[in-house]
Design a protein. Structure first.
Length: 366
């Protein structure tokens, strides 16, 4: 018996067009994402590093410094991911942060997951909570100005992980989130992060990345997610932080692009890498080398960096009003360097010594 026709994505042409346009704008040439979606707990570490208490006002002040840079922010930053608290805070000029960013032509985004929790029945593996009530939250964020969303899941490399149950849970979890986002007009950033913790070599990370990302797109297909209206936010393929083997930026670039070629459909507009605890310089250099490779890349290769865009900003600011201009200059400089890396034109001139310091945090949580 012949199968009846059905609407695969359950999105009309107008919805698909909007999602595709947003996704493509986020990975426009020379641009990427500022990930400023640290939770209240994560901001304890950020502000504590410069001796500031983790108060709501200090969190707002710090975000205001970054978001109030002016229209120059849009030169290399296409979108900003915010935490719920930040999304509803106001800049010094009285505009909400989404309104302020939109006035520059920067696309507001929102973190919608509720954090990583233990996955029962596994060896310390994780899943992500927050699917309950997600559709209502997405609808609210869309009404209030968000155009894309982020949801993070994590996997770990060891002798016994990631397990098949963990991969299945993570990829299905992300696929359900992605489908719900699209139904509410938000472009989902799909983030199946493989943590850099461990002693594994580059080849192991590449093999597991290919396995995980392939499983991710199989899950997205099963959940009828419209791929042209999505973005992928993976880790780069690197050796474990404790590995005794060292690899060149070109080796990292080749392994990463090969893994993507083997697992990411060409319908996806772009890949926005997380920095994964790399130093600011390493995150930029690795992205630059990927975009220099003479290889088929049907998707844009861009960035969605948190620590690798903000570390120098915090060091320059130090919580002092007189340092605000210097901190903003650091943000624009790092954004420019990473914008150049998306076109393979970064040359490293103007880098400071501190930008080469590792930003690795074991078992990193947001």
């Amino acid at each position: 018996m012949a199968q009846t026709c059905w609407n695969q994505h359950s999105l009309n042409a107008e919805q698909q067009s909007e999602l595709k346009s947003i996704a493509e704008a986020i990975v426009a040439k020379g641009k990427g994402i500022l990930a400023a979606d640290e939770s209240t707990g994560s901001m304890e570490k950020r502000l504590g590093s410069i001796g500031l208490p983790n108060t709501e006002d200090n969190r707002r002040t710090y975000r205001n410094i970054m978001f109030s840079v002016g229209p120059a922010l849009a030169n290399n930053i296409s979108g900003v991911i915010m935490f719920h608290e930040t999304f509803y805070q106001k800049a010094d000029n009285g505009m909400t942060f989404p309104q302020l960013l939109k006035s520059y032509g920067v696309i507001p985004g929102i973190k919608v997951d509720k954090g990583v929790v233990n996955l029962a029945g596994t060896r310390n593996e994780c899943t992500t909570q927050g699917l309950d009530g997600l559709s209502d939250r997405c609808a609210e964020y869309k009404r209030d100005g968000a155009q894309f969303a982020k949801w993070r899941c994590v996997l770990k490399i060891s002798e016994t992980t990631p397990s098949d149950p963990a991969i299945q849970e993570v990829t299905n979890n992300l696929a359900r989130y992605a489908s719900i986002c699209q139904q509410n007009g938000l472009v989902p950033i799909v983030e199946p992060e493989i943590l850099p913790d461990g002693e594994h070599d580059l080849e192991t990370c590449q093999a597991i990345s290919e396995r995980v990302i392939s499983a991710q797109y199989y899950a997205l297909l099963r959940h009828n997610v419209y791929l042209e209206g999505t973005l992928l936010k993976p880790n780069m393929v690197t050796a474990g932080h404790s590995s005794s083997k060292k690899y060149t930026p070109v080796q990292v670039a080749e392994a990463t692009v090969t893994a993507l070629q083997r697992s990411v459909p060409p319908a996806v507009p772009g890949v926005t890498f997380l920095s994964g605890g790399q130093s600011e310089v390493d995150a930029t250099v690795h992205l630059n080398e990927m975009n220099k490779l003479d290889r088929k890349r049907p998707w844009a290769l861009s960035f969605s960096y948190g620590r690798a865009l903000q570390a120098s900003v915090l060091r320059a600011w130090q919580g002092k009003p007189e340092n605000i201009k210097a901190a903003q200059a650091e943000l624009l400089k790092r954004a420019k360097f990473n914008g150049e890396a998306t076109t393979g034109s970064y040359d490293g001139k103007g880098e400071g010594k501190a930008a080469g310091e590792s930003l690795f945090v074991a078992a990193h949580a947001y």
